[in-house]
Design a protein around this ligand. Structure first.
Ligand code: SF4
Length: 468
């Protein structure tokens, strides 16, 4: 696996080219995204009125974000009332040091984690490992990419880029024994290794799909039983969540439960929906002694007051990735950030920086398939255009600016436009073969290096129109 699968801020164009050359990845992407998109359409169709339900979910999110301060304080009060502890992390470094402090203070050494994109966002694992703690991802896909030293390549299918052969290779290297590439025996091996991790764990770390302000309930949605083992076996449970995940009332939850799994995979419900309300109470058999909720800002309150607030409505279902013609070809690693696909092209520049991720706002055809698939109808194309505008304001490219000025001057002078079309024809027709240009000079080469460009028509639309 090339470096672009491991490192952020890589060369986007190089990462994309590497992804396009990877036949195994191309086959896996077609298989996964087609299956999940079919599930998404089937899931929405199975609802009596999916449009109205999606609008309702959007309104709940809009309301929660409009009153985020109030609901976060209510959530904090509810968790404290239940005997849990609440920590506020301003940024990624803050989140890492809070969780390390909890581990030190509670004397925890062995950590199990269930899948959490927020923990990927703050680069939690390297910080825990550097402090001498043993950390194991327990979602099987995440476990494989942890062993391979990679980043997740999809929001809900993090190891989509792996085949059973590569999973067997990674597991065999880790265990020092040769394993067959049979899916059932690989799953049983993973189960055996992870059971031992669960047995020894003294801390469990999870994310949170939702947190209910009125009850202090943390909701985890998974398709493997690992989330429950992570929250109940160890004596300390830490849930790390972005502040935008709060919803006001328990009665709002079913709206999202009905939509999330349907949008992601077409399932009626995910296999496990776990609701955690505080640490273990007197007389209860299961659950941790300590429960800590870490509320992460990391740029979210800045986004809240910007024109990109709608991006905070995302419930991380992954449907926009599956629908996107760009993601379907290049996969998640090429994007360079923790979040990929259309929503990642918005979140990564916003959380990280627009300057460090200049290609992402352009990694879209703006076809709108992402918005059509999204359970909360986030207007992704509009936000990508907004980011391009922001980028233009901050990093105006003089050459590009000059080109647009010339283009604008030409469009405002029809005689000049006609002359330019004729000149283009005179220069380009001799280079055309069967109506196509196979090689363009200068910046045009970027286009023709991967596909042909149509030659200008022999007779322009204007000439034909005039002759009608
Ligand atoms: S933007 Fe919408 S479709 Fe994409 S992951 Fe978020 S909720 Fe799902």
């Amino acid at each position: 696996m090339s470096d672009y699968a491991r490192h952020e801020h890589h060369d986007f164009t190089g990462g994309t080219a590497a992804a396009l050359r990877d036949d195994g990845l191309q086959a896996a992407l077609v298989r996964l995204t087609s299956t999940l998109m079919a599930g998404n359409r089937r899931g929405y169709a199975a609802l009596a009125d999916s449009n109205a339900l999606r609008d309702h979910a959007k309104r709940i999110k809009e309301h929660a974000l409009a009153h985020l301060d109030r609901y976060l304080e209510q959530l904090e009060a509810s968790v404290l009332r239940l005997g849990g502890k609440v920590h506020w992390a301003e940024d990624a470094a803050d989140a890492r040091s809070i969780i390390l402090d909890i581990a030190r203070h509670s004397g925890c050494k062995n950590i199990v984690k269930s899948k959490s994109m927020t923990s990927e966002e703050v680069h939690l694992n390297p910080a825990l490992e550097a402090a001498g703690l043993d950390v194991a991802e327990t979602d099987f896909g995440e476990f494989i990419i942890q062993l391979a030293g990679e980043r997740p390549s999809h929001l809900v299918a993090p190891a989509v880029h792996h085949t059973r052969e590569s999973v067997a290779r990674v597991l065999s290297e880790h265990l020092g024994e040769r394993l067959a590439d049979d899916p059932r025996s690989l799953a049983l091996t993973g189960r055996r290794v992870l059971r031992e991790k669960f047995r020894r764990a003294d801390m469990g770390i999870t994310g949170a799909n939702f947190a209910v302000a009125e009850t202090g309930t943390i909701v985890l949605i998974t398709n493997e039983g690992n989330g429950r083992l992570t929250t109940t076996c160890p004596r300390v449970h830490v849930a790390l969540m972005g502040i935008e995940k709060v919803i006001p009332r328990l009665q709002d939850l079913p709206v999202f439960l009905k939509l999330l799994a349907r949008a992601a995979t077409g399932q009626t419900l995910s296999v496990y929906t776990t609701m955690i309300t505080g640490p273990r109470r007197l007389g209860e058999l299961d659950g941790p002694d300590e429960f800590h909720l870490v509320l992460l800002d990391n740029g979210r309150s800045r986004i809240l007051s910007s024109g990109f607030r709608e991006s905070l409505q995302c419930i991380r279902c992954g449907a926009c990735l599956n629908a996107c013609p760009v993601y379907r070809r290049i996969g998640g690693h090429a994007y360079g950030g923790v979040y990929s696909g259309p929503i990642g092209s918005i979140l990564t520049p916003l959380y990280d920086s627009v300057e460090q991720n200049p290609h992402l706002p352009h990694a879209s055809s703006l076809c709108g398939a992402c918005q059509a698939a999204c359970p909360v109808k986030i207007n992704i194309p509009q936000m990508l255009i907004g980011l391009r505008e922001l980028q233009h304001q901050r990093q105006a490219n003089r050459l590009e600016g000059l080109a647009y000025k010339m283009w604008s001057a030409m469009l405002r002078r029809p005689w000049l436009y006609r002359l330019a079309l004729r000149l283009a024809g005179v220069f380009l027709w001799p280079l055309a073969k069967n109506g196509w240009l196979q090689r363009l000079p200068g910046p045009g080469e970027g286009w023709t290096s991967v596909r042909d460009f149509p030659a200008p028509a022999r007779r322009s639309f204007r000439d034909r129109w005039r002759d009608l």
